[in-house]
Design a protein. Structure first.
Length: 324
């Protein structure tokens, strides 16, 4: 009897230790979930109903002297992308773009500004192709959040996180943007991407690209990733004093957007002329999308159902007064 009592005592001690350890783990996990939730509430998912983003961009200036040029970059060297939907009459856009300037600072960021085009009485910069790029990529999310497929101002980071309007979710809009910038892409890629420009004997401009070497730096083979390259033509600065929001010199103006067919190829394209000056660049922007099993929670945190089961186990494993 004494021996049985002794074993029961030790067993009871083990039972008491295990629940407290589980409680500590659950509290840690819950704290992490709350922190992640608070951060993600600063923005909306930019691709509603799809899992994807922009993994980066390559750029080549197209000056009057451009003949042959090429850039080949590792993924780690590719420039992160911030896309902005704006208009020359949009006063709120001035506020958001100033906050974006402050958030970016001296960081190397590719900024691409889409200007409203369809049914547009004032803004001269957009076209049907730029509207298509925005609406086909971010239109569903914009509609879900704001009721319209294109809203000025809208700001998208890494093709994943959409900020609408001028209201901040944290202390300031600059802090919202800084947090979104620091979050970065959801997935890490490895490999290289190549963009080249050459002028043919007939004087036409040929653009070539190759992103076949890019892949996901992840061991999970259950996911299937699709890459989609785009050629974007962006002017560094375009003067338009008639813009009613008073900016006058509009920066990072997107003039055209072409979705490319295949991960490797070449095509002859007549690049759009600069609005003024000689400061148009061609940008190879690379979209990614993911297909595979859905995961409701971070792989490092227990799912809500698991938490509930663990709590039930805790209650069941606590010694009752009768056992004492």
């Amino acid at each position: 009897m004494t021996r049985k009592h002794s074993i029961s005592q030790y067993a009871g001690t083990n039972v008491r230790v295990t629940p407290f350890l589980l409680v500590a783990l659950l509290l840690t996990a819950t704290t992490q979930v709350i922190a992640t939730s608070e951060q993600s509430s600063m923005w909306a998912d930019a691709r509603r109903g799809a899992d994807g983003g922009v993994l980066g961009a390559l750029e080549i200036p197209l000056t009057n002297e451009t003949t042959d040029s090429e850039t080949l970059l590792n993924y780690s060297e590719m420039t992160p992308v911030v896309e902005v939907y704006t208009a020359t009459w949009c006063f709120n856009c001035v506020t958001t773009e100033q906050a974006l300037d402050e958030a970016i600072g001296d960081s190397d960021i590719m900024r691409i500004h889409y200007h409203r085009h369809r049914s547009e009485p004032e803004d001269p910069f957009g076209n049907n192709a730029t509207e298509h790029r925005w609406e086909s990529t971010y239109g569903d999310a914009s509609t879900a959040e704001a009721g319209l497929s294109r809203v000025a101002p809208s700001t998208v980071f890494d093709g994943e996180r959409m900020h609408l309007g001028t209201s901040s979710s944290s202390s300031t809009l600059t802090n919202d943007y800084s947090t979104s910038l620091a979050t970065g892409s959801s997935w890490n890629f490895i490999g290289t991407a190549q963009l080249s420009v050459s002028v043919t004997e007939s004087g036409e401009t040929k653009f070539s690209w190759n992103i076949t070497d890019l892949s996901v730096d992840d061991d999970d083979v259950h996911w299937t990733f699709t890459l989609t390259p785009w050629l974007l033509f962006v002017e560094d600065s375009a003067s338009f004093p008639d813009g009613s929001n008073g900016v006058e010199d509009y920066l990072h103006v997107l003039h055209d957007a072409i979705e490319l067919d295949g991960l490797e190829g070449s095509m002859i394209v007549e690049s759009p002329p600069a609005w003024d000056g000689d400061d148009v660049s061609v940008v190879l922007l690379i979209d990614w999308s993911k297909r595979g099993p859905s995961v409701c929670c971070s792989p490092f945190l227990p799912a809500p159902g698991v938490v509930a089961v663990l709590l039930c186990f805790l209650v069941a494993s606590l010694p009752s007064r009768r056992e004492r």
